[in-house]
Write a protein that binds this ligand. Structure first.
Ligand SMILES: CC(C)(COP(=O)(O)OP(=O)(O)OC[C@H]1O[C@@H](n2cnc3c(N)ncnc32)[C@H](O)[C@@H]1OP(=O)(O)O)[C@@H](O)C(=O)NCCC(=O)NCCS
Length: 306
């Protein structure tokens, strides 16, 4: 049985989605999204998608690139995924070594990879000189069958609006996203400072749903938001929930996320997912309050190149 690794072609989008959904069912993955990500990647991202074929069937995927929006240069990333039943035949190793070669040529000095917290995956990373760093919990909420906390009344001076009210001018949400992203615990610090790139890869991303996003305004200004992603069918994901520093600790993140979740349930979404750094105590507390339960944990690993 021969395993080869090659660049992704748009005609692979369905197979790509099948692999990703099987390996990481806690993320929204759609064929439109993967095609968009590749077509619109910022040139500095040096973004490359790889697939592993085993006897002509796509059994593995990997995205590799440079975290161009990090203030620290040379931060590469790559995460190989191989379908259950096809591991142990060299697909993961070949995906990773091909990605590392590309990243070294693109100027990466370190490669970050998310590793699912299972003995096999941790050993795969350890054996390839990756050392563990921060971890994150994938959490799930049964929207259809579970009980969401009741909708809360917005306090005086606070107004809830759908994100789509900002479709004509989303810049206030870009500015809010930039501030809260700086404060999100992570191994790779991220600075959002390119509005055009944000418009293309966040606001106009095919999996982003501005209508199900909720924005909390205080005295008419953006104070908090909960950004919704969906697969257009049953799965909803929280892309970012954030409260501007001056407004934290007043329940605004809960208020915005609750409104978005209620509207997602009314729109027919049955399963909500979110992922949080295990050191993000306030966000984990909020998600516990909603009834989310931990489904899996992933550990960020890093390998220094050269
Ligand atoms: C996480 C974040 C969204 C919280 O916003 P917020 O408006 O202050 O949140 P709320 O006031 O609605 O709720 C905060 C909850 O966390 C709890 N909390 C705060 N600090 C905590 C801590 N250190 N440990 C445990 N719980 C904590 C609060 O008690 C409150 O719960 P309660 O209402 O049951 O008491 C905000 O800190 C933020 O924007 N952080 C940066 C971006 C980020 O990390 N977003 C999440 C990534 S997905």
């Amino acid at each position: 049985m021969t395993v080869i690794v090659r660049d992704f072609r748009p005609s692979d989008a369905e197979a790509w989605t099948r692999v990703r959904r099987a390996v990481v069912p806690y993320l929204v993955t759609t064929p439109e999204q993967v095609v968009h990500d590749l077509a619109h990647a910022h040139p500095d991202r040096r973004y490359r998608l790889l697939v592993a074929e085993r006897d002509g069937e796509i059994v593995g995927t990997a995205q590799a690139g440079i975290a161009h929006d990090s203030p620290e240069p040379g931060q590469g990333f790559c995460t190989p995924h191989v379908l259950p039943g096809h591991t142990g035949h060299g697909a993961g190793s070949l995906l990773l070594s091909t990605a590392e070669e590309h990243l070294a040529q693109a100027g990466a000095t370190v490669v970050h990879a998310w590793v699912l917290d299972t003995p096999e995956n941790l050993e795969f990373a350890r054996a390839r000189d990756y050392r563990p760093g921060r971890s994150a919990h994938f959490q799930h909420l049964d929207l259809a069958g579970g009980t969401l906390p009741p909708l809360q009344e917005a306090p005086a001076g606070v107004e809830l609006r759908p994100g789509s009210d900002f479709d004509d001018d989303p810049r206030p949400l870009f500015e809010a996203d930039a501030q809260v992203t700086l404060d999100e615990p992570s191994d790779i610090p991220t600075e959002l400072d390119d509005y055009e790139d944000w418009l293309t890869n966040i606001w106009r991303h095919p999996a982003f749903d501005s209508a199900l996003t909720t924005v909390a305004l205080v005295d008419g200004r953006v104070a908090a938001f909960s950004a919704a992603g969906t697969d257009g069918e049953r799965t909803y994901s929280s892309n970012m929930t954030g409260t501007l520093r001056a407004f934290r600790g007043r329940g605004l993140a809960k208020l915005a996320k609750n409104d978005s979740l209620h509207r997602a349930r009314a729109a027919g979404y049955t399963d909500a997912y979110t992922s949080n750094d295990t050191g993000n105590a306030p966000m984990l507390a909020i998600n516990k309050w909603f009834g989310y339960t931990v489904r899996a944990t992933e550990v960020r690993h890093a390998r220094t190149l050269g």
